[in-house]
Design a protein around this ligand. Structure first.
Ligand code: MSP
Length: 656
């Protein structure tokens, strides 16, 4: 992680929307990234806000008989309240109706107009009221809006245009020579694909006769600005562009987090606008995927929104924040169901993390009168088991920090959770309940101290996701409240920072187990093969004749359960040059798989790949490490390649 200032933005949300999971996801994502960067000491600035001009706000206000400004003032509160509840630590909240923003938009427009970057021309084309966009005849899809499918209106009027077309070649070159600019890779390719067609000049005005709720063009009072030309400018108007050069230079260029549906406006319009204005390009435009309900995008217009307020109230704000980031691989779509939520909550938070704390705290209570025992001298020396446990936790610190830089938080989080599971395994292996019966109390001291200390590191790493819960956990470990809440970044890379003798207090249930909702919405994992007779109708009939040698029946084939799985972690196994230990996410559970692919893949290159796993293979131990399944791979001679999935598909999908 570098220590250059980190400036992160979310899209500014349409003010008349109700906050929904799409808004909540980007905002929590930005918050967690900002908190991780702050945690590791990087100067960080985090901006969010609302997009308040345009047709929809004007119409909604008219229906309610209030002014658009009154309507915006009344509705913006929903976002501000939602972000407060979700523990969002934005440094600023910009509204496009604020003077500080409007003045900058007007200055930019005037400047571009004066320099001939904006010109006036007669326009004849098709207009979609819903999207507030113009289309040419050939853009239309069956005579309708190509974006939303609604009716379009024929419009003939004078308008102002931004000379975007002249930046096409420059933009293609910039994107090609700056791989970090548009991410993930496939979104960069999508933008380059869009730029294969000739880029049109952009109509940036709307006559007031049609739309009055916008920022007036400074050079023609009969027009207001196109809403995107207004909205995108928020990213610079909020940090002192044209007002405070030092402040602007400190934070710019930004990392823009956006949803994939607003890629073109951010990766084409915005760079051209900045280029024309002589401003440096954003550092990165990262487009994330959608939360889906089944196969449909969850959004207000579809009426299938999981309201973050409901989810927060039902399961708690912080588990919700954890879920959003642990579940979605950044850039890809993910399914949201209550069932998936509850499974992950129970597995990661109630079982692995919550149990780990309550075991440590209750054993310190029972065997050490509630005082954290001291480790043996040399307990953290090279090769000692406690040292290895701590090395695991501190490696997770580096992994989380790197995952923030690589925009791959779910894999960083998975490594932290692996480190938590390692603490549980350490306890099982060392059996403190047996050690407590021995005459020498020293080994017990090492076991409980090391477990608590590793938990100190892991909880510090999970702080950006669950600040209050992790503070409570750390206080339970005997840390003083100030140190518990303000994580010392150095301590994340060093063992033995807890004070022996500190009072350890069993916490209340930090993550009480949730009863799973009744029927599972997801396909059931590892269902036993159906008994032959009733199911026989639906399947090809079992052949009466004995099968030729080497040929198997459908029933035989159906015994093998194959599923997609995402590789979350990958690491070498000591002393086994060909093997890698993989942590894979199967959609509803995590598995550990040992695969003989170390000579063909580097661990880092595997993370994030969606592979095919034989799910119902009996577990085996390879070099002492349990393998709970097998990956499919193709090989010929020296070459081996994993079977992967072509395109977006969530983990746990049945392969057949
Ligand atoms: N006002 C514009 C952005 C202007 S930025 C200069 C806008 N606003 S919005 O309120 O519609 O923002 C929606 C954001 O939420 C988009 O980034 C969109 O991708 C995201 N999501 C909406 N539904 C979503 C899901 N179901 N899942 C994830 N995010 C999705 O666009």
């Amino acid at each position: 992680m570098n220590d250059k200032p980190f400036y992160v933005t979310t899209p500014i949300y349409y003010v008349n929307d109700k906050p929904h999971i799409g808004h909540a996801y980007t905002t929590v994502l930005a918050d967690v990234l900002a908190r991780i960067h702050r945690l590791f000491g990087r100067p960080t600035y985090f901006l969010t806000g609302t997009d308040e001009h345009g047709q929809k706000v004007q119409e909604a206000a008219a229906r309610l008989g209030v002014t658009p400004q009154q309507h915006a003032d009344a509705t913006v509160v929903r976002f501000q309240e939602a972000w407060q509840k979700l523990e969002i630590t934005n440094d600023d909240f910009i509204r496009t109706t604020q003077e500080r923003h409007k003045a900058i938009v007007q200055e930019m427009l005037q400047d571009l107009f004066d320099r001939g970057e904006i010109y006036r021309a007669e326009y004849d084309g098709w207009y979609c009221v819903g999207d507030e966009r113009f289309f040419t005849e050939k853009d239309l899809a069956d005579g309708k809006c190509p974006v939303c499918g609604r009716e379009v209106q024929r419009v003939r009027e004078a308008n102002y245009f931004f000379r975007m077309s002249k930046y096409q070649d420059w933009l293609v070159d910039y994107i090609q020579t700056h791989p970090e600019f548009i991410q993930p890779d496939f979104r960069r390719n999508e933008t380059l694909g869009f730029l294969r067609k000739p880029l049109q000049d952009l109509c940036i005005s709307r006559p007031k006769s049609r739309l009055s709720w916008g920022i007036e063009l400074p050079f023609d009072r009969d027009y207001v600005t196109y809403v995107w030309f207004d909205a995108l400018v928020n990213y610079v108007s909020a940090i002192g562009y044209r007002r405070d050069d030092a402040r602007f230079a400190k934070w710019w260029p930004a990392v823009h987090l956006i949803g994939k549906d607003i890629l073109t406006t951010h990766s084409v319009y915005w760079p051209c606008m900045l280029k024309a204005a002589g401003v440096e390009m954003p550092r990165t435009i990262f487009a994330h995927g959608w939360w889906l309900s089944g196969t449909a995008k969850m959004s207000k217009s579809l009426g299938n929104v999981v309201n973050p307020m409901d989810m927060m109230e039902r399961y708690g704000v912080e588990p919700f924040r954890y879920f959003l980031l642990a579940e979605m691989v950044m850039g890809q779509d993910a399914a949201f169901t209550e069932d998936v939520f509850v499974r992950r909550y129970n597995a990661d938070l109630a079982n692995d993390l919550g149990n780990c704390l309550s075991r440590v705290a209750s054993m310190v209570g029972k065997y050490c009168a509630g005082r954290l025992p001291a480790p043996e001298p040399g307990a953290f020396g090279p090769g000692a088991p406690a040292a290895e446990l701590l090395a695991r936790a501190t490696a997770a610190a580096a992994a989380l920090r790197d995952s923030a830089d690589r925009y791959d938080l779910s894999s960083g989080i998975a490594q932290v959770m692996d480190a938590v599971r390692a603490i549980n395994r350490f306890l099982e292996a060392r059996q403190p309940w047996t050690q407590a019966k021995a005459a020498d109390p020293a080994p017990l001291g090492t076991t409980l101290y090391a477990a608590a200390d590793a938990l100190r590191v892991c909880s510090g790493l999970l702080m950006p996701l669950m600040p209050q819960k992790m503070t409570a956990l750390r206080i339970a470990l005997g840390m003083d409240p100030a140190a518990a809440a303000a994580v010392d970044p150095e301590g994340l890379f060093a063992p033995a920072r807890l004070a022996p003798g500190a009072q350890v207090t069993p916490p209340g249930a930090l993550f009480p187990r949730i009863e799973p909702p009744k029927p599972a919405e997801e396909p059931k994992p590892a269902a036993a093969p159906a008994p032959a007779k009733p199911a026989a109708k639906a399947k090809p009939a079992a052949p009466a004749e004995p099968l030729p040698e080497g040929i198997i029946s459908y029933d035989d084939f159906a015994k093998v359960h194959l599923r997609t799985a995402k590789i979350m972690t990958a690491e070498p196994i000591d002393g086994a040059v060909k093997l890698l230990k993989l942590g894979v996410w199967m959609g509803t559970e995590r598995r550990q798989i040992v695969a003989g692919i170390a000579l063909h893949y580097k661990p880092a290159d595997l993370i994030g790949k969606t592979v095919v796993v034989v799910e119902n293979l009996a577990p085996v131990k390879l070099r002492g490490v349990e393998s709970q399944g097998m990956l499919l791979a193709a090989s010929r001679g020296e070459t081996l390649r994993l079977v992967t999935i072509d395109g977006d598909l969530s983990s746990g999908a049945v392969v057949k």
